[in-house]
Design a protein around this ligand. Structure first.
Ligand code: ATP
Length: 423
């Protein structure tokens, strides 16, 4: 099989020129150079993918430096793995790796690597459909190398590991199997399914570092079909295997996430699902789960704010005749994803109307005055500035002040009072 035409249809003549030159250069030095992994798979499936991963013999970093020097690019080297990224002037990036085999000292550990031939390089990969290579050599440009039946599995729609020790070597492949299976509508082949079940039962997920687990979960949460992926992870016991708190799922809530994000015009969907999974959990358990996934400090703070405040916010939103400033006070304690989850969870239209009012109107209200205006009025900066400006904002939300002059005179009166109370 030859994929040159498909490749040329997807990339600009300039990038095709780079790729062909890389192949020629490698051949001149007696090396080989292949495109590997996801791009070959997605070329065959007709899926969007423009990430170029090259495998070369005779050292990945040296080759990356060579092509970068020729094309005026820059090289970023990735430590121990003989891999590097070539950043090209036109904004393109190409990943280059030395052809290698891997040895896993223990489950979940990062592999030790040694130079090897193409077949061994493909053997270390996760699934047959990801173990395909496309030659860039001038002699056989575009030819697909398929030592493990990847083409047949792509045709029949199977996710299949290359060997029985695959999940033991790297348990993150459990998550990748789910991601690729659902993304392409492929079946996990029977033996692979059994190996997955026994890897989960054997507790292999515990061996994976929070950083690697978090990275795999982020990829899943960023996928379009995140819900069926989460469902399949749950069916395999993989969410519970990360942390028990991730195993107790309110599916009705999660199913409501896409429509609530749409209703509130919110783009950020991945974190909303994760927060949705942890929505009913006590803060402590959710924090442990977040640490297990190596969430960033900012993400953990967002999650804590959401879990600590949503119940009170929901309770408040039930009351009739709320002032806009009260709705603002209550909902501004939540991150955007919290609004979406409240929307999905409440189901009640008066609450939803208030969520929309907050999102579309109240959260956008800003004062026309700042601390500098208070200084111009002769006040000395201090904590009272913040207090007064917040109160003026509330008055604006409640439509008690309209113009900049109104804001200024209210702030002046309030400052005057405070200064009198606390000279
Ligand atoms: P995506 O479309 O999600 O980016 P991809 O296959 O390009 O899919 P990457 O994570 O970029 O995914 O990996 C590139 C290639 O590296 C894979 O196709 C696979 O051959 C190999 N690979 C990546 N992760 C693993 C892993 N954990 N174990 C074995 N091989 C892996």
């Amino acid at each position: 099989m030859n994929l040159f035409g498909e490749l040329a249809a997807r990339f600009s003549p300039q990038v095709m020129g780079y790729l062909q030159e890389a192949g020629r250069l490698a051949a001149k030095e007696g090396r080989y150079c292949y495109i590997v992994g996801g791009l070959v798979r997605d070329l065959l499936l007709g899926w969007e993918n423009t990430d170029i991963d090259l495998v070369v013999s005779g050292g990945g970093i040296t080759f990356a430096e060579e092509i970068a020097a020729r094309w005026g690019g820059r090289v970023v080297v990735f430590g121990d793995f003989d891999t590097a990224k070539v950043l090209l002037p036109a904004g393109w990036a190409i990943d280059v790796a030395g052809s290698r085999k891997e040895y896993y000292p223990r489950p979940g550990a990062l592999p030790q690597v040694a130079a090897a031939d193409l077949r061994e390089d493909l053997w270390r990969r996760d699934f047959t459909i990801n173990a395909l290579a496309l030659s860039l050599g001038p002699e056989d440009l575009g030819k697909v190398v398929d030592p493990f039946g990847g083409l047949e599995d792509l045709r029949r729609g199977f996710i299949r590991v290359l060997h029985d020790g695959s999940f033991r070597d790297d348990p993150t492949r459990l998550f990748r199997a789910v991601r690729f299976g659902v993304r392409y509508g492929f079946q996990v082949e029977d033996r692979t399914r059994r190996l997955m079940a026994s890897a989960v039962e054997g507790g292999l997920v515990c061996c994976v570092s929070p950083q690697r687990l978090g990275a795999e979960m982020r990829k899943i949460l960023a996928e379009e079909q995140v819900l069926p992926m989460l469902q399949m992870l749950a069916d395999f016991g993989l969410l519970r295997a990360i942390h028990w708190a991730l195993g107790e799922i309110d599916w009705a809530l999660l199913r409501g996430v896409p429509s609530s994000l749409r209703a509130l015009h919110l783009p950020c969907h991945g974190f909303a699902y994760l927060a949705g999974i942890l929505f009913h959990q006590p803060l402590e358990a959710a924090t442990e789960a977040a640490e297990r996934l190596a969430l960033s400090g900012a993400e953990q703070r967002k999650l804590r704010a959401l879990l600590a405040n949503w119940r009170f916010a929901l309770w408040c939103l039930h009351w009739p005749n709320l002032r806009p400033s009260t709705i603002y006070d209550v909902l501004s304690t939540l991150p955007e994803e919290g609004l979406a989850l409240l929307w999905a969870y409440s189901g009640a239209s008066p609450i939803r109307e208030r969520l929309i009012a907050y999102r579309e109107r109240l959260s956008k209200v800003e004062l026309s005055i700042t601390g500098s205006d208070l200084v111009a009025l002769g006040y000395r900066p201090g904590p009272s500035f913040g207090k007064v400006l917040r109160k003026v904002l509330r008055a604006k939300l409640d439509e008690e002040v309209a113009t900049r002059e109104d804001e200024l005179s209210l702030a002046d009166r309030m400052m005057g009072q405070l200064t009198k109370e606390d000279p």
